[in-house]
Write a protein that binds this ligand. Structure first.
Ligand SMILES: [Zn+2]
Length: 437
C-alpha cells in the first residue's frame, strides 16, 4: 500500500465528506442486512444482489441518488471483501462504521488499460478473444513533490509525493481509498509492495512482543516503539478537558477537539514510522522471522461487562488496552508479512515467558522479576524477554517440554491463581487518560 497526504480545497473537502457519509451509510446497510442472518435462513445477499438492490434503492430515494453511484458500489465491494476475509483478516465480522471515526471511501479508477498475463502476454477474453481492459486510477505528476488524482465530483485533488527514491514514482493501481482521520486527508493506493530480499544466510529471529519492551529480539536486542511524552499526553488531556467543558456546538469545542486530534495523529505517525523501519530491518536482516501468536483482539477485550453485571477494574483494563494498542504489535506483524512474504511465521507459544529456553522447564518461579529469568531446574540465567524471544525463535517444535511437567510444573505452593500466569507489571508506564472519552 502506498499512502500519501492529500490536500483538498475547502470545497473539495466538503464533497469528499459527502462521499464518506454515503459510503458509511451503504456499508452500514450491508452490515444490517447480514446481521439478520440466522441458521437455516438462506444466504444473505451477496455483492451482485446488493448492487442490484442499491440501483433500486437509488431510484426510490432522492438522498441516495444525490450520492455518487461508484462510491456507493465500492462501499459494497469493500464490505464483500471484508466479509470474505473475516476468518483470515483478524478483524472478524465487518461491523458498524461511525461518523467522525471511520471516515473514508473507495474510488475505482476510470481509466481503461490493457491487462497482461503473468508472463507478459496480453490477456484475452476466453470467449471473444479480445483484449481484456482493466481499470486504472487517473493520476498526474505535477512536479517532483506534488501529484494530483481525479476524485468523482471534485475534479483534480492534489496530494504530496512524500516518498523519495523508487517510491516517488506514481503508483499504478486499480482503486484507491481516501480517508479522513484526525483532521487530515490521506490517499492510499492498493498496490502490492515489492518484497524485500532476505540475506540468504538462513538466519532465524524470534520476536516477543510485550508492554514494557515492545519487541524483544532473540539476539538480545530490545526495541521500543516511541510513545507520546508525558508533556504531550498532558496536553491531550488538557484539550479534552477544555472541549468537554465548552458549550455544546460551540466553536471552542471543535477547536479543542481538533487540537487533541492533532496530537493523537502525531502519536499514530510515530508508531507507523517505527513499525515501517523495524519491519524493513527484520525483512532485510533475517531469512525467517517468527512472531509469537497473539490474539490482540482477545487481549484488549473490554472489562466493562454488562449493566446488570458490571466488570471489575474497568479503568485499569481500559488503560492496559490502550497501552497494548499503542505498541503497534499488529501493524509490525502485518508490515513484516507484506515485506517478507512467505518468510514470516506465527508460533503458537503458550508459556513462552515462563519456559526455560535451554531445558524447556516451565515454572513460574523461574521468572524472578519483570526482567530477570533464572531457570529453577538448570539454573540458566538470561534476560526474561530475550529468553521468551529465544523460545519463539525455536519455533513450534522447539525445545521438547519435559514430560512430567506437562502443563504447569515446578514446585509452587497451591494458590487460587494459575501458577503459569506470568508476573504482570504492577503499573504500566503510561498514566491513564481520562476514562470518559
Ligand atoms: Zn532450564
Amino acid at each position: 500500500m502506498a499512502r500519501f497526504r492529500m490536500y483538498p480545497t475547502g470545497e473539495q473537502a466538503g464533497v469528499m465528506l459527502g462521499h464518506c457519509a454515503h459510503a458509511r451509510y451503504v456499508w452500514n446497510l450491508a452490515v444490517e442486512q447480514h446481521a439478520h442472518w440466522y441458521r437455516g435462513r438462506g444466504t444473505a445477499p451477496g455483492f451482485a444482489e446488493q448492487c442490484r438492490q442499491l440501483t433500486e434503492a437509488r431510484r426510490d430515494n432522492a438522498w441516495l441518488r444525490a450520492g455518487n453511484a461508484d462510491v456507493q458500489q465500492q462501499a459494497l465491494k469493500d464490505f464483500a471483501q471484508a466479509k470474505n476475509a473475516r476468518f483470515a483478516s483478524g478483524f472478524g465480522e465487518p461491523t458498524w462504521r461511525r461518523k467522525h471515526v471511520h471516515e473514508g471511501f473507495r474510488v475505482i479508477g476510470t481509466d481503461r488499460v490493457p491487462e497482461f498475463e503473468a508472463d507478459g502476454s496480453p490477456k484475452l477474453n476466453a470467449k471473444t478473444g479480445k483484449q481484456v481492459m482493466g481499470r486504472s486510477v487517473v493520476v498526474q505528476k505535477l512536479n517532483r513533490r506534488w501529484a494530483r488524482v481525479k476524485v468523482p465530483g471534485c475534479g483534480w485533488v492534489r496530494f504530496r509525493l512524500s516518498r523519495n527514491g523508487k517510491g516517488s514514482q506514481l503508483p499504478k493501481a486499480k482503486t484507491f481509498r481516501v480517508t479522513f482521520r484526525n483532521g487530515r486527508w490521506h490517499i492510499a493506493f492498493a498496490v502490492v509492495p515489492v518484497p524485500v530480499e532476505g540475506p540468504g544466510t538462513g538466519e532465524v529471529i524470534g520476536i516477543d512482543r510485550g508492554v514494557k519492551i515492545t519487541a524483544a529480539l532473540s539476539d538480545g536486542r530490545n526495541l521500543n516503539c516511541p510513545q507520546l511524552t508525558v508533556r504531550e499526553r498532558a496536553r491531550i488531556r488538557k484539550h479534552q478537558r477544555r472541549a468537554a467543558r465548552a458549550p455544546k456546538g460551540s466553536e471552542r469545542k471543535s477547536t479543542e477537539y481538533a487540537r487533541a486530534a492533532r496530537l493523537r495523529a502525531r502519536e499514530a505517525d510515530r508508531r507507523r514510522d517505527w513499525c515501517e523501519k523495524t519491519s524493513t530491518m527484520l525483512a532485510r536482516g533475517y531469512d525467517l522471522v517468527r512472531f509469537e501468536k497473539l490474539s490482540i483482539k482477545n487481549m484488549t477485550r473490554s472489562a466493562r461487562g454488562t449493566v446488570a453485571e458490571p466488570g471489575r477494574k474497568v479503568a485499569q483494563k481500559a488503560g492496559l488496552n490502550r497501552v497494548i494498542l499503542a505498541q503497534g504489535w499488529g501493524l509490525l506483524r502485518q508490515r513484516t508479512g507484506h515485506k517478507a512474504p512467505g518468510r514470516v511465521e506465527d508460533v503458537p507459544a503458550p508459556y513462552t515467558s515462563l519456559r526455560c529456553s535451554v531445558c524447556g522447564w516451565i515454572d513460574k518461579n523461574s521468572r524472578k522479576s519483570q526482567a530477570e529469568f533464572v531457570c529453577s531446574s538448570c539454573g540458566f540465567t538470561c534476560n526474561a524477554d530475550t529468553n521468551a524471544a529465544n523460545n519463539v525463535a525455536a519455533g513450534q517444535g522447539g525445545i521438547p517440554r519435559p514430560r512430567r511437567t506437562a502443563g504447569a510444573g515446578g514446585v509452587t505452593t497451591a494458590t487460587g491463581r494459575s501458577n503459569t500466569r506470568e508476573p504482570q507489571p504492577g503499573r504500566v508506564g503510561i498514566p491513564l487518560f481520562s476514562s470518559s472519552k
